[in-house]
Write a protein that binds this ligand. Structure first.
Ligand SMILES: [Cu+2]
Length: 128
């Protein structure tokens, strides 16, 4: 099954149409085990939400946001903080490195929970 994934992604990429993924038909491909619904993208001019970390270094700020399918969230993290899947049921694409300033795009509805690896505080993106 794992060996099929690169093929699936290549087939998906070969379809060309990348701007306006509505997540509906592509969901069949992305529903494959480990299929990412969250991908790192170039930040749009106006991300749907921006999540930073507070000055005390104890929380994401804000620690929750609600967006629409296909939108991107900017993560602008303090230097000792990162973003990782909150547990192994979460999308493996929920990743921003330590101190990162990056955007993640969410291609399917759902509740996405992430955490700061070094400190354990958590956040939630609701995609509807
Ligand atoms: Cu942290």
């Amino acid at each position: 099954m794992l060996r099929l994934l690169p093929v699936l992604f290549l087939a998906f990429a070969a379809c060309g149409d990348d701007g306006g993924d509505d997540g509906s038909t592509d969901g069949n491909v992305l529903d494959a085990p480990s299929g990412n619904r969250v991908t790192t993208v170039t930040c749009p001019a106006s991300p749907a939400a921006t999540i930073a970390t507070n000055t005390a270094g104890t929380a994401y700020m804000p620690n929750a946001a609600t967006i629409s399918v296909g939108q991107a969230v900017r993560f602008d993290l303090g230097s000792t903080h990162d973003v990782a899947p909150a547990d192994n049921t979460q999308d493996p694409g929920l990743v921003v490195g330590l101190g990162g300033d990056a955007c993640l795009q969410f291609s399917a509805a759902g509740t996405y929970r992430f955490k700061c690896s070094p400190h354990g505080f958590v956040g939630t993106i609701t995609v509807q």
